[in-house]
Design a protein around this ligand. Structure first.
Ligand SMILES: [Zn+2]
Length: 475
């Protein structure tokens, strides 16, 4: 086999790209088709001890029995402490008629209902309102200004804001001037960095403090609500600020993955660039418009790395990642999540949920969403990556830019598919998911690329080539 070129793509006359290369000793060399990242999995290092897949969330030795106070007040994201976070932008409430969206509750009404999910501005934002104001002359849209003034029209609203100003760096008892209050309120109501917070800190059936509620402990229905509620926020962040070029969505689960709270949440950050990753991908998608089928989903299928699929999405054990990574691709024709149909979103949600459930709440992970930047000219499918943060980067990586990943993609596939079969038998993942060997793996199943749409439909009805068959076959 010829040496692996840096981007996995050999000379055009020499054959198909090679992103996975197994050496005679068992080392698996990998190249990421989108980033060019080089990763090796070395035999013997693969099974080093780490967090136990499928196990409890924190060290059981530190766990103690849960009290009712823990359930509603373990951290500032909990349902008994709504006023410790900035003014809420939206919440999803369960009711007899189904879920209901409530936007911009006043401070004196936040405890009237229990939010299944809340959307709040980040108290310590990455990109502040001032960034947009000073660099672009961005102003708070009139509708949001009215909402803000309404919030500040009540005593409870003003008190809430003053508390937050002090929490952000003032002294506990300090006086907050009206100008200061208005300045901070403008930042919150014009926030471009939001947090989506789930209701529960601990799993519903938890009895000890180690049993955290994670993405995988939600029901498939709850996870679908979580996903759609996040997408609503994503669309809103684009709509509220015309200088926004990309809204990044991610979820850091547990401290080793960068989370500052053990309470399940996602984050959205609006930025004025597409980001390095998207720029690289746009170039690759221009060069080969079918790159996401050819170099990702189909390449994975031909190397037997598909872990699950349903009608609207497909997932595989990714290659060329610094951490064991599961990739979930939407099969929708529409590039952006907020343009997907409900059924398409449900298909994505069910796979993301199942893969989180398969890892279990014990595995620290990052969930990253990638979608076509609205101003990009090439079609790109929406995809979500789940990265297990089981290892740390060592000196070898820093010096060579070759990364060691402790679990190779076939091992990851086996761990996940085994667990998915078990979860399905328990009824704890959604219906309609085909697992590993059951997957049809029809090539070009991602329909974002108009050139392959006609032939790609896995459910396409083919005309029969023969008339009715006779014989003894019983099936
Ligand atoms: Zn909490």
């Amino acid at each position: 086999m010829p040496a692996l070129p840096a981007d996995g793509v050999p000379h055009p006359l020499l054959g198909a790209p090679v992103f996975l290369q197994r050496m005679a000793d068992g080392t698996l060399k990998q190249i990421n088709p989108f980033t060019g990242t080089q990763v090796w999995t070395v035999p013997g290092r693969a099974r080093r001890p780490g967090a136990r897949v499928g196990g409890p969330a924190t060290d059981p030795a530190d766990a103690r029995p849960l009290t009712p106070a823990d359930r509603t007040g373990a951290c500032a994201f909990c349902s008994g402490r709504y006023l410790e976070t900035p003014p809420e932008r939206a919440r999803l409430v369960a009711g007899p008629q189904g879920e209901r969206m409530i936007r911009h509750l006043r401070a004196d009404h936040v405890f009237d209902t229990v939010a299944e999910f809340r959307r709040i501005p980040n108290l310590f934002e990455i990109v502040s309102f001032d960034y947009w104001r000073l660099n672009y002359g961005h102003r708070l849209p009139d509708s949001l200004r009215e909402t803000m003034l309404d919030y500040l029209s009540t005593e409870a609203g003003r008190r809430h804001l003053d508390d937050l100003v002090r929490r952000r760096g003032g002294e506990p008892g300090a006086h907050v001037s009206e100008a200061d209050r208005l300045d901070h309120a403008t930042g919150f109501f014009g926030s471009g960095h939001d947090v989506i917070v789930a209701r529960r800190h601990y799993a519903q059936d938890a009895t000890v403090t180690s049993a955290l509620a994670s993405s995988g402990t939600l029901t498939p229905d709850e996870h679908d609500s979580y996903l759609r509620f996040t997408i609503d926020a994503q669309r809103d962040l684009y709509a509220a600020n015309r200088y926004v070029r990309y809204v990044a969505v991610f979820q850091n689960w547990l401290r080793p993955a960068g989370a500052s709270f053990d309470h399940l949440h996602k984050q959205l950050v609006a930025i004025d660039e597409r980001g390095v990753q998207a720029e690289l991908e746009i170039q690759r998608a221009r060069a080969n418009p079918n790159v996401y089928n050819e170099f990702a989903v189909d390449y994975a299928a031909y190397h037997n790395l598909t872990v699950a699929e349903n009608e609207h999405a497909v997932a595989f054990a990714g290659f060329g990642h610094r951490y064991p990574t599961l990739e979930i691709f939407s099969r929708s024709e529409r590039p952006q999540p907020w343009l997907h149909s409900r059924a398409e979103l449900r298909g994505m949600s069910d796979l993301i949920h199942a893969l989180h459930a398969a890892a279990g709440p014990d595995v620290p992970c990052n969930e990253e969403w990638h979608h076509k930047p609205p101003d990009a000219d090439v079609p790109m499918p929406w995809r979500v990556l789940i990265k297990w943060r089981l290892s740390t980067i060592a000196g070898f990586e820093g010096g060579t830019k070759i990364y060691l990943n402790t679990i190779d993609p076939p091992t990851l596939r086996d761990m996940v598919t085994q667990e998915l079969f078990r979860l399905r038998a328990n009824g704890s993942i959604a219906d309609g998911i085909r697992i590993g060997p059951e997957c049809a793996c029809v090539p070009n199943s991602l329909r974002y690329n108009p050139a392959v749409r006609r032939t790609a439909r896995p459910d396409a009805a083919f005309p029969p080539l023969y008339g009715p068959t006779s014989g003894n076959a019983s099936s």
